[in-house]
Design a protein around this ligand. Structure first.
Ligand code: URA
Length: 235
C-alpha cells in the first residue's frame, strides 16, 4: 500500500496533507526517513513512525483504556470531556468509538474501536458477553440483596426481571456483580432495586479480558491478538 494512503487510513489527515508530512521528512520506517509518499510498502507487521512516535499498521484500531472518572463515553459529551480526548488526535480521526458506555463517574476497563462488527458483537445483549463490575455501596451488602440480584430484579421500563450472572459480597460495602446486558445505568439501577445504592463503580472485566494491572488510570494501549481472543466473540 502506498505510504500516503497508509497515513491517511491511520487518521493523519487528507491524502494531500499526508503527502506533505511525508515530503517534510516526518515519517520513518525501520528507523530511516521515507520521503516518497508513493512508495509501496508491505503492510503485514509494518510499523511506521510519525514525528518519532511508532504506529503499527492496523486494519482496525482496537484499544483498551483505563477510564478515569469525569469523562463521558460519547463523541459529543454534554458536561465533561469525552474519553476520546485521552487518545491521540490521529486515533480520534479514525473514527474510533467506545464499545458500550460507562457512566461519567464509572472507572475501569473500556474498549474503544473502529471495528463496527466487534463493537456490535460486544454491545449486543444477544451475545450475553459478561461484564464484571466492582461496586462500592452506601449500605452493607447482605445475603438477601445477593439473592435478589441473582433471582432477578424488575427495572423501570424493562418488561422482564433482569438477573445478575454472578453476585458476591467482597467486602462489607463492596459488591462484585456480573451482568450480560448493557442497559442504561444497569448496575446502579439493579443495586437500587434491592434497597442499596452504588457510590462508586469500576469495571474489572469484559468477556475474559481483565483490565490490565499495569495500565494506569487514563492510559490506553492496543489490544493484543491474544487479548482479542479472550473477548469470546468471533471475527
Ligand atoms: N452500570 C451502571 O450503572 N453504570 C455503568 O457505568 C455501567 C454499568
Amino acid at each position: 500500500m502506498q505510504l500516503e494512503r497508509i497515513l491517511q487510513m491511520h487518521g493523519f489527515g487528507t491524502r494531500k496533507g499526508c503527502r506533505a508530512m511525508i515530503r517534510a521528512g516526518r515519517v520513518a520506517v525501520a528507523g530511516a526517513v521515507v520521503d516518497d509518499p508513493f512508495v509501496d510498502l508491505a503492510t503485514d507487521g509494518l510499523i511506521f513512525a510519525v514525528d518519532g512516535v511508532d504506529w503499527p499498521f492496523l486494519e482496525f484500531a482496537t484499544l483498551v483504556l483505563h477510564k478515569p472518572a469525569g469523562y463521558e463515553c460519547s463523541r459529543k459529551p454534554q458536561h465533561h470531556p469525552s474519553v476520546l480526548e485521552l487518545l491521540p488526535p490521529a486515533l480520534r480521526e479514525r473514527g474510533v468509538q467506545p464499545i458500550g458506555r460507562l457512566d461519567e463517574d464509572t472507572t475501569g476497563l473500556l474498549l474503544i474501536t473502529d471495528d463496527g462488527q466487534l463493537n456490535h458483537q460486544l454491545s449486543s445483549g444477544k451475545r450475553k458477553v459478561p461484564k464484571v463490575y466492582r461496586a462500592t455501596t452506601k449500605h452493607a451488602v447482605d445475603a438477601a440483596q445477593i439473592e435478589q440480584l441473582l433471582a432477578g430484579v424488575l427495572l423501570h421500563d424493562e418488561p422482564e426481571p433482569i438477573a445478575a450472572a454472578a453476585a458476591e459480597a467482597i467486602g462489607e460495602r463492596l459488591l462484585r456483580l456480573t451482568v450480560t446486558e448493557g442497559k442504561y445505568h444497569q448496575v446502579k439501577r439493579m443495586v437500587a432495586a434491592v434497597g442499596n445504592r452504588v457510590e462508586a463503580l469500576h469495571r474489572e472485566m469484559v468477556g475474559g479480558l481483565a483490565l490490565p494491572a499495569d495500565l494506569k488510570i487514563g492510559d490506553w494501549r492496543w489490544l493484543t491478538a491474544a487479548e482479542r481472543e479472550t473477548l469470546g466473540v468471533s471475527r
